[in-house]
Design a protein around this ligand. Structure first.
Ligand SMILES: [Zn+2]
Length: 263
């Protein structure tokens, strides 16, 4: 499946708002892009797109429209009776999105410590193209911790943005642990731009109120008992159909979760 266009797709850092399906479809369009056709186009039948993504017609159609809106895909011919639309990936835009290095490429400048820190990346599978010349950025403990649940061949780069988002997530209730648990069990097949994919998951979590647990509790409200998070009076349980509780509605993890509709 590897070819020139697919390789360029793998090297692009796609916009954060794209879904996993968008990534799969665009990757496939690149793999099937035929420049020798007039006009150059990709024509995978819908059945093929359904087979490789496992998605429904409507989801595929929404996803293709999103890619067109993002200027990553063109519609070369419109659908008419008996014919499906044909598409072409916007290779110019995809090339523009290529992950670039901010540091000068000079292997002398890469310290031994940094090489050890990112050595796993250098043994990538054909899916995530290893970039041996890439200057290695220093990682953080949290970044390394997240990578511990991700397959070694997935290319990740400790960009300041990514590191900052991870730190923010760590402060967001159980979100970081939830993300780690999710990534650990994830089937990574078809995820060609893992970092962009993970960033979109982080954004989703940061957009929602944090979910708490007895270990990761909200900040103490300073009105109730700090240890037990109990108030001296009874309140109505949020979404509790009239039941009452002595738990603090402001900082007891389960009450706050109920208030945010996590059950
Ligand atoms: Zn409280």
């Amino acid at each position: 499946m590897a070819n020139k266009h697919y390789e360029e797709f793998c090297q692009a850092e796609l916009p954060n708002n794209l879904t996993q399906l968008d990534h799969q479809l665009l990757g496939h369009m690149c793999a099937r892009f035929n420049e020798s056709k007039t006009p150059p186009k990709a024509y995978p039948p819908l059945a093929e797109l359904k087979r490789i993504t496992g998605a429904h017609d409507k989801s595929i159609s929404r996803s293709l429209n999103r890619l067109i809106k993002e200027d990553l895909l063109f519609r070369v011919t419109r659908a008419r009776i008996g014919w499906q639309s044909e598409y072409a990936p916007n290779m110019v835009r995809i090339r523009e999105l290529k992950v670039t290095d901010e540091l000068p490429i000079d292997s002398e400048q890469v310290t031994e410590k940094a090489v050890i820190g990112n050595a796993t990346v250098l043994h990538g599978s054909p899916v995530s193209y290893p970039k041996p010349n890439k200057p290695i950025k220093p990682t953080t403990q949290l970044f390394d911790d997240l990578l511990s649940v991700i397959p070694k061949d997935k290319l990740f780069n400790a960009t300041p943005k990514f590191v900052a988002m991870l730190e923010q997530l760590k402060q967001h209730g159980t979100s970081y642990n939830d993300l780690k648990a999710y990534l650990k069990d994830l089937n990574w097949f078809g995820i060609h731009t893992p970092q962009t994919f993970v960033i979109s998951l982080i954004k989703d979590k940061l957009d929602k109120p944090p979910r708490y647990s007895s270990e990761l509790r909200p900040e103490w409200c300073r009105e109730c008992d700090e240890v037990t998070r109990k108030a001296t009076y009874l309140s109505f349980v949020p979404n509790g159909k009239g039941t009452q509780t002595q738990s603090c509605l402001k900082c007891d993890p389960y009450m706050v979760n109920r208030f945010n509709n996590y059950y």
